[in-house]
Design a protein around this ligand. Structure first.
Ligand code: NOJ
Length: 755
């Protein structure tokens, strides 16, 4: 008897008298760890499994119907830990939390959503933002997205996507930060910090999710969901760094991925989830599966059935089941009858989920994200639109500007604005738009500044802006060409807005041919044939191949998808109110046949092929090996001169550092910003090292005529890599220092030795 009494004390007293007091897990003076343990002890196995179960709302007819009584009942019984895709803002989130509050232990729900580039205020797509190389601006974009999303009841975003990608055929390239592990890691951290805010329980923050773990961006042939086959060294050196950076920035959650990595589906990979993430990196948050990815292990040929897949997933470290319905059906038997899954494994997963719910304050107030006043204010904040406009202008890359055709004068008498994207509203949002999918009440014609409206509002009153569509984005209809040519003939300058449609990038939007769709290139040719000066705007989520345009059109702005302020931002740059400063965060190929093409490649034993001299060199008979536009490329309306490179010393040991300094002068007429890039090359290694690797950059603002000193500090960590045994460290030897305005435009160089 005495023994039982003591046991019940240890286990947390559950007698009727004590239950009338506030349970310990609801006592805010108790530490989170103790609250989690107290709650865990009170939970039945079914309730524990419920915390690992996530359903989607009925965002579209093909999704499960949560309004279905059966699911409502499950929430009331504590069998659902999280919901995603809830439309309807605070009102509906409140309804769902109400249901959860009817459950025995009153465990609130996590409310997840893909808040990828803004909530209502739509920012440029993530790859576009990456082109800004402006970490503060990127962080602010995520911050504003979180302020808006959290005000509508959402407390968890499935972002940032931190997948490195070297293949523009892959439609999801638009969701990441490009090809470079260093730049992408910094951007991953900025986004995590922006989404989550400064404190875990910030009511205007939302939990972030680093996805897709791992190597999803290396899908073979750029085909979405395809297998990934890569060396572990490439995985560690190139694909894992942004995930590690997100983990170190305390990202709350990770999402695994659809792909198999070297034959093992990521969802079932112990190596990725248990050994690396929860083991070596000591990740304290939880891992959610991708949509149905536990179930897909059956199709992969890695699991017999849903039960087997569920066992494999949870044993591998996948904590929450998004939409596979496996955990909810089979975990119970797997633990109690089959004894394949130990209860400690379930407990660990549940602990991780509960800890996050406590950390974000949900137990203290399940409705803390459901304040209708805050919702109204956050979704109509003019400061958000200003930030979106500034971010959009920072994302536009000036690829080419022959004879300084840009900026245009606002008093140009007649501008012809031609192309299928000129008058579009929704297209500017790109994929993963909340407004497009979830907010049918938003009047997009008013809310989104079309390119036409942006430009028209910026021109002088007595200047004329003429319009012709010319053609559709896709299809072979050229019947609009004549009108477009007539408009061009009447114009002093023509601006052509062409590209993809918004859903040609995004999930499952791989393309084998990434040239301009339809007859758009023919339209450009026809307009150029009028002899008028032409500026082309290229709207898309990915790098496209547009060789004729690149060779023949004097000015090209790569505008990506710029979001709800697209038109204003484009006008800002076209007319020089903003001097473009963006740089490509990835390599643009000349031909699909060059893919994968990336700047930080190895030298090979036979480098140096040119267009004519390829024989017995690593090149092609039919295309140059070099990119069309290099990683880091992006022009300005002004010019920058780099000079006076100095290294504080020429040798260092691993505990020392070298300061690299140089002067950058704005030699042109306009104030502007330059991204000064530091690349290093480890000349000889125990494994071959890339021809150059970005190791630092500084984005500086210079008035016309101004000179600024730029300094970089080289420390040992910038020289480390994973060797053949996957050991991380530096190796003594010589290193080249390259300072450039892009990865190809190296302006200054020197070398040092690591002793
Ligand atoms: C599938 C996508 O791969 C993932 O990125 C997304 O978060 C989920 N669907 C939920 O929408």
């Amino acid at each position: 008897m005495k023994k039982i009494f003591i046991l019940s004390l240890i286990a947390g007293c559950l007698c009727a008298a004590c239950e009338q007091q506030t349970p310990r897990y609801l006592d805010t003076t108790v530490s989170i760890d103790n609250r989690v343990e107290d709650l865990l002890k009170r939970m039945t196995l079914a309730e524990k499994i419920g915390q690992l179960n996530q359903y989607s709302d009925d965002v579209s007819d093909s999704y499960p119907m949560l309004r279905n009584d059966y699911y409502v009942q499950e929430i009331k019984e504590g069998k659902v830990g999280s919901l995603l895709n809830i439309t309807g803002g605070t009102k509906r989130v409140r309804e769902y939390q109400n249901l959860a509050m009817q459950s025995r232990l009153k465990i609130p729900l996590l409310i997840g959503l893909d808040v990828v580039h803004g909530y209502k205020t739509t920012f440029p797509t993530p790859l576009a933002e990456a082109a800004s190389w402006d970490l503060d601006a990127i962080k602010l974009s995520a911050r504003i997205a979180a302020v808006e999303a959290s005000a509508t009841g959402v407390n968890w975003t499935f972002a940032p996507m931190v997948d490195i990608c070297r293949d523009p055929r892959w439609g999801r390239i638009m969701e990441g930060a490009g090809e470079d592990p260093y730049l992408a890691s910094l951007i991953a951290v900025a986004r995590v910090q922006g989404f989550q805010g400064d404190k875990a329980d910030a009511v205007d923050g939302i939990m972030a999710c680093a996805k897709h773990f791992a190597a999803y961006g290396a899908a073979l042939a750029g085909r979405d969901y395809n297998s990934v086959d890569m060396s572990l060294r490439t995985l560690w050196d190139t694909y894992l760094p942004p995930f590690k950076a997100a983990c170190e920035a305390n990202v709350a959650t990770f999402m695994n991925s659809f792909n198999d990595l070297n034959g093992i589906p990521a969802t079932g990979s112990r190596y990725l989830q248990r050994d690396i993430l929860k083991g070596q990196w000591k990740f304290q948050g939880f891992v959610v599966s991708d949509w149905g990815s536990i179930g897909e292990m059956i199709t992969h040929g890695y699991a017999k059935n849903s039960k087997d897949a569920s066992a494999k997933a949870i044993l591998a470290g996948n904590d929450m089941d998004m939409e596979s319905y496996g955990y909810i059906r089979f975990l119970d038997t797997l633990v109690t009858d089959d004894k394949i899954v130990d209860i400690t494994v379930v407990d660990d997963a549940v602990r991780r989920v509960l800890r996050k719910k406590f950390e974000i304050g949900l137990f203290d107030d399940p409705y803390r994200y459901c304040d209708e006043e805050r919702e109204k204010a956050a979704l109509n904040n003019p400061e958000h639109a200003k930030a979106a406009r500034s971010m959009a202008a920072k994302s536009i890359v000036l690829l080419k500007n022959d004879n300084n055709l840009l900026p245009l004068s606002k008093s140009t008498k007649t501008v012809g604005f031609i192309g299928p994207l000129v008058k579009e509203h929704k297209q500017n949002l790109g994929a993963w738009s909340i407004v497009d999918v979830f907010m049918s009440d938003v009047n997009c014609e008013e809310f989104i500044v079309s390119q036409w409206d942006g430009v028209r509002q910026r021109m002088d009153a007595d200047s004329k802006l003429l319009y012709a569509k010319g053609c559709e984005i896709e299809g072979d209809d050229t019947s609009g060409f004549a009108e477009a040519i007539a408009v061009a003939r009447q114009s002093d300058v023509v601006v052509l807005s062409i590209g993809e449609s918004k859903l040609m990038t995004g999930e499952a939007r791989s393309r084998s041919d990434i040239s301009l769709p339809g007859v758009q290139e023919e339209l450009v040719k026809a307009i150029c044939a009028t002899g008028k000066p032409v500026v082309v705007l290229i709207n898309t989520g990915r790098p496209l191949i547009f060789n004729w345009v690149a060779d023949n059109v004097p000015a090209i702005l790569y505008t990506w998808w710029l979001g709800s302020q697209a038109g204003n931002a484009i006008a800002d740059v076209l007319f020089g109110d903003v001097n473009p400063s963006a740089k490509l965060p990835l390599t643009f190929p000349r031909s699909v046949g060059q893919i994968p093409l990336y700047y930080n490649h190895f030298n090979t034993g036979r480098p140096g092929a040119t267009d004519t001299d390829y024989v017995f060199k690593s090149g092609y008979m039919d295309v140059r090996t070099s990119p069309r536009f290099a990683f880091g490329h992006g022009l300005s309306y002004t010019d920058f001169q780099y000079a006076d490179l100095k290294l504080s010393k020429k040798t260092m040991n691993s505990s020392e550092q070298i300061t690299v300094s140089l002067n950058v002068t704005n030699t042109g007429k306009y104030a502007g910003e330059e991204v000064v890039q530091l690349y290093l090359r480890d000349r000889i290694g125990s494994v071959v090292r890339p021809v150059k690797e970005l190791k630092d950059f500084k984005k500086i603002h210079l008035q016309a005529g101004e000179t600024k000193l730029v300094e970089f500090v080289i420390t040992n960590d910038k020289l480390c890599f994973y060797n053949d045994l996957l050991q991380y460290g530096s190796e003594a030897g010589e290193f080249d220092v390259m300072i450039g305005s892009s990865s190809e435009d190296i302006r200054l160089g020197d070398a040092f030795e690591l002793k």
